[in-house]
Design a protein around this ligand. Sequence first.
Ligand SMILES: Cc1cc2nc3c(=O)[nH]c(=O)nc-3n(C[C@H](O)[C@H](O)[C@H](O)COP(=O)(O)O)c2cc1C
Length: 335
Amino acid sequence: MDTHQTSQRKKDHIDLAFLSQTLERDERFYYEPFLVPHPKQDSIPKTSFANKSLALPLWISSMTGGTELAGKINKNLAMACAEFGMGLGLGSCRIILKDKSYFNDFNVRPFMGDQPLFANLGIAQIEEMLEAGQVPAIKELVNSLQADGLIVHVNPLQEWLQPEGDHIRFAPIDTIKRLLDVLDCKIIVKEVGQGFGPRSFVELFKLPIEAIEFAAHGGTNFATLELYRQEEETKKQLDPLTHIGHAATEMLDFANKAIDELGPEALCKNIIISGGIQTYLDGYYLLKKAKTNAIYAQASAFLKHATGEYAELQAYCELQRKGLQTCYQYLQIKD
Ligand SMILES: Cc1cc2nc3c(=O)[nH]c(=O)nc-3n(C[C@H](O)[C@H](O)[C@H](O)COP(=O)(O)O)c2cc1C
């Protein structure tokens, strides 16, 4: 840095000091600046997930497909996964089962190298396909997308509040068990933004599934989203339902308790902590508290940066990595 730059920087400090008074402190961490140098490139340990390795412990939660913008968004997200070493869950691929012309919206393997990629279907669709003996079509979907497996989203509240919503006829846990018996591929299960309670966790951990994704309450809320599509009076009367559910912190406690309780009976070994995760500090805090292999995920936070040029998403991801490098180098959680 030359003397002109140094002088300008000193002037900035004087101008900005009054703007920079600390208002809030994040009390979740011990910060230890004396004990380590600045982070190196490899300060974030690799995480294994779905027999692959992630350079960042970060997953992009299932989102879109089947609209004009979706292809571009999915391509951007896939490129970010390749560059930053993350994993991607596709949005519901149901539309491709009906109309192959949408295939390219979802066909992102060519852009994302060997990073973990999962296809996605809803529980109502799985019920229907199991009943109709269409398991080969599910397998074909996963194979054609060169995906590592299938995410099953379980979204009863969304379907219930959606005028054109599907009716779920069986307990989702039983449908997932039936699917595991007949589909030979890795399966992840998730909610879509309401989360779920302790009893669901216990039953899910007993299954030989690849991972459980929280999709907790506190971020994008599909029950709310569906009500926005309806009459004012319907929205008003059904709105209380949108407030039920579980936040990611509460869900992690349920998950940790279930793991302790089940011991070797817990066959599922991975969790994806997601739903309302605002920053890498939240993600890091929850990862460090998890009692099993964990990564964290965001949906809408990535979406905000994925609709335009790739450079915008790339800049967002670079900042996430820088934030996480800081966490791994300097922060320990307090409890
Ligand atoms: C635009 C959009 C579309 C979504 N579509 C799906 C979907 O097709 N399948 C699914 O499992 N989840 C879907 N989700 C839910 C997300 O995967 C995630 O669980 C939820 O948004 C909570 O994460 P967030 O708070 O980080 O946004 C969608 C979310 C968004 C924002």
